[in-house]
Design a protein around this ligand. Sequence first.
Ligand SMILES: [Zn+2]
Length: 713
Amino acid sequence: MKKISSVLLISALAFNQSCTTMKSTETQKEIPTPDASLSSNPFMKKSKLQYEAPEFDKIKDEHFKPAFDFGLRQHDAEILKIANNPEAPTFENTLVALEKSGEILKRALIVFSNLTSANTNPTLQALDEEYAPIFAAHSDKMYLNENLYKRIKAISENGLDSESKKLLQYYKQNFEIAGANLSAADKEKLKQINQELASLSTQYSNKLLEARKQGGVFFTDAKELDGLSADEIAAAATDAKNAGKEGRYLLALQNTTQQPLLQNLKNRSTREKLFKASWTRAEKGDANDTRETIEKLAKLRLKKAQILGKKSFAEWKLQDQMAKTPEAATKLMNQIATPAVETAKREAKDIQDLINQQNGGFEVEPWDWNFYAEQVRKAKFDLDESEIKPYFEITTVLEKGVFFAAEKFYGLTFKKRTDLPVYHPDVVTYEVFDHDGKSIAIYYLDFYTRDSKNGGAWMSNFVEQSYLLGTKPVIVNCYNYQKPAPGKPSLISFDDVSTIFHEFGHSIHGMFASQKYPSLSGTNVPRDFVEFPSQINEHWALDPVVLKNYAIHYDTKQPIPQILVDKIKKAATFNQGYMTTELVSAAALDMDWHTVTSESELIPVLDFEKQSLAKHGFTLSTVPPRYHTPYFAHIWGGGYSAGYYAYLWSETLDNDAWEWIKSNGGLTRENGDRFRKYILSVGNSVDLNQAFRDFTGHDPDIKPLLRNRGFIK
Ligand SMILES: [Zn+2]
């Protein structure tokens, strides 16, 4: 089972978008230094904590604005100085100087981006809306600076080491993608568009967060929640109370179309209410309706692509990805879509048969799917979630599962830290040690869901590794698990277990970063590569040695019985038709939104989605896309526009590489070192298609993916 989650791409936020050009009258300024009014601002100096971990005990909301304002001024001055340097352009005085610039701004922004995702509040949200267009303009100031582009073009590759060569190519390509070759008039237009896009994206995210919060469903009678555990019902009562409706029950929304609770809710009308609340959350015609914002975003993105000389936004966006063109990405999706839909049809029949056997007297609807699929699963595989969950206590899964696998494969060890300040009392921290005992990283985990947190799960850096800057990785993983009632264990599903392994896969990609330049470090790789390490790491959840070590009953302390393990494994291809179809249809929808070549194709949001799904043969109404356009945050609020296919691309790499690992001995230190050497430690400093070939000995092959999903033998 594949987890869908994202890596928060922070550097992209500020520095890879594209624009405010410099007025020709602007001259070189002195680099400003912080004055006395900023002396207590924690962003002005490097943190004194280990590896420059953020000083959350000192950071207050009011520190961001002055840090941004000063950081922007300082970075502007630094860029101007580099661009207008009277000396001949060299790698050192141009690219190395750029890599070192913007220190204060980056420091403040990386913490800010993490907090607006994981623990936001109205002050931070307002700041986000205010500064999104300013940061976009700031990024453009650099990428549309003609002098700077000329200098970069003048730098010779001769005598550069391979990582430095890659950095030169990276900057050249980024400048071109951002529009450095455009006329002055077009640059002005582009700058305007970029600022508008940034504002719209932020508005979209804020609307959606509120829509999710407001979209939860209240119930008056606990009977309506029949099928949920006593703990889940108690949590629903607490949530209602916190929302000011004591005595009622609140089922909050998760960010995906399907809601995990639908699997257990016996009352069909409750299921329907919850599903419809999810589906319609952001299309109610109120202040949180996202459709108008989406239409504006889609139009502006097309306009931007056209100014940049491309037919569509996707064509522009995919230039520096592994897929390179929308056609290559679409080809992959089509190869997966047909067998996925065929499989989903068979699964739908199994479900309908079961409904009929029980004299249900209705046709299966999307809100029934998981409820009956769970029963089919029990019948076919005799597997019951509630039987499994007691073996998956969250901290045991982490320490004796995820960390254990990392020790066996890579030789890593972990030590819990309680001395580091955190941004929320639920956050826990660890220090990470390499196979030779050397400390290499700090790792934060934030497990539980809150209204102040975006949905889903993700990995992000607080500090990026760089030999040039002398920094080591400081990394965080965020999740949205239900916090257990006080004194109760946090028991999670196997799906959630896989998510923890997945996110750790991103983290280890960050921890093993071994680059000189921060722009090429760790997870700063193309989006269709970034999910590869995380998906590989998911496989360890079912490795027999690992599983035996972590799947321990929270109460009896007995290891999970082999018979349950066999069932989990057998059930691994269960419901894959549904799960793959909902994923591919979302990916196809994203690509359709971003391959339009004229404004006339951009019809109203809901009509557009309907047409797109029909065009690709996603006609099963019982299998809706994983995200419906109005709440498809990855593509409208995050960095995955024309990029959602990346999960499937990465998964192709993952399944293929996993076959190599399995056929070469599996969980061995030798294999771990090899994976680290070719894949995890190279960041974006090499040709990643070549890195894959170096690891497996061949080009990526889609067959292992189709086999693992049970679509072919
Ligand atoms: Zn991921």
